[in-house]
Write a protein that binds this ligand. Structure first.
Ligand code: NAD
Length: 312
């Protein structure tokens, strides 16, 4: 039986590890939070007392952590301890620079590595239908691909080290910008006396068609499964959208790319989060657009908006 070390058993890592167990892998898991370790144990993951303990004798290492700094700390610790040639798979969403540094650390100790961020959210992690966007050598990808399969609906090898993270942030920038565009269109339609359903029927079959409209419509009604029909419970939280839009900003600055709509989207989501909406689904931005920065917000909210606008 192949043993996999899984580090980071949070909202995403826990169901991903559970699908590896179901596929017949021995999964040794570690997380800093005892409650997440307990959940993993209930799913058949073998509990390790430390990240080092999880990696001992493991034939692959998967990380699913909050940000680049966590991934680099874990790689610094584990890369010297894993058996030479072990594939390291990082599925966290992190900045491209940290992803490349993590690859370099793995290579320094003779390991294969891929960055393999995912889209599909907690629902996709539970169903084993995540899309993996992978960056790394052909050899590393070939070793990692069969391990990813039980967690995946689709696996795309995007290119060399960091290409998976690049694909992830470019995709999510499209998503953030298009959700704002769709939200603005519904708000304008309301002001013009056009019904939600009428706009949906026209735009969903016309040139305004996009995923934010047809699969994730931000107003209740036209797409019954969208979070708008359940009071904007996530789904994909606005705070995670903001994280990804900020990663796009960082990458664009480092690469010298102009992304003015990406910058505007990051600022709008920063304002939305500063008003206490980070835990709502990102499609709830329509309610912020409907109120307007100077519209229905309380004086306390307005002053927070001003503070945030001058800092973000
Ligand atoms: P989470 O906060 O629920 O899980 C992260 C886990 O990592 C936590 O349980 C934390 O205790 C653990 N952790 C942190 N540092 C650690 C360390 N040094 N050693 C061991 N464990 C450590 O986050 P999540 O929602 O599972 O997201 C994980 C990653 O996936 C993030 O990068 C996120 O951006 C990305 N992502 C999330 C979603 C989503 O819908 N939640 C979708 C796509 C991608």
């Amino acid at each position: 039986m192949t043993t996999i070390a899984f580090i980071g058993l949070g909202n995403m890592g826990n169901p991903m590890a559970a699908n590896l167990v179901k596929a017949g892998y021995e999964v040794r898991g570690f997380d800093l939070l005892p409650e997440n370790l307990a959940k993993a144990e209930a799913n058949g993951v073998l509990r390790a007392d430390s990240a080092e303990g999880a990696v001992e004798g493991a034939e692959a290492v998967i990380t699913m952590l909050p940000a680049g700094k966590h991934v680099l700390t874990v790689y610094e610790n584990l890369a010297p301890k894993a058996a030479k040639g072990t594939p390291f798979i990082d599925s966290s969403t992190i900045d491209v620079d940290s992803a490349r540094r993590a690859h370099a650390m793995a290579a320094e100790h003779g390991h294969l590595s891929i960055d393999a961020p995912v889209s599909g959210g907690v629902g996709g992690a539970e169903a084993g239908t995540l899309t993996f966007m992978a960056g790394g050598s052909d050899e590393a990808f070939a070793r990692a691909e069969p391990i990813l399969k039980p967690m995946a609906g689709r696996i795309v090898h995007c290119g060399a080290a960091g290409a998976g993270q690049a694909a992830k942030i470019c995709n999510n920038m499209i998503l953030g910008v298009s959700m704002i565009a769709v939200g603005e269109a519904f708000v304008l339609a309301e002001k013009l006396g056009l019904s939600h359903q009428a706009l949906f029927e026209v735009a969903s079959t016309s040139s305004g068609q996009c995923w934010s409209l047809t699969s994730y419509c931000p107003v209740p009604g036209p797409v019954p499964a969208s979070p708008a029909n359940r009071d904007y419970r996530p789904g994909f939280a606005a705070s995670l959208m903001l994280k990804d839009l900020r990663l796009a900003q960082e990458a664009a600055q480092a690469a010298g790319a102009a992304i003015p709509l990406g910058a505007e989207a990051a600022q709008l989501y920063a304002l939305f989060e500063a008003m206490g909406n980070g835990g709502k689904d990102f499609s709830a931005i329509i309610n912020f657009l409907r109120g307007g920065a100077e519209g229905n917000h309380s004086p306390a909210q307005k002053s927070r908006i001003k503070v945030c606008a001058s800092t973000c």
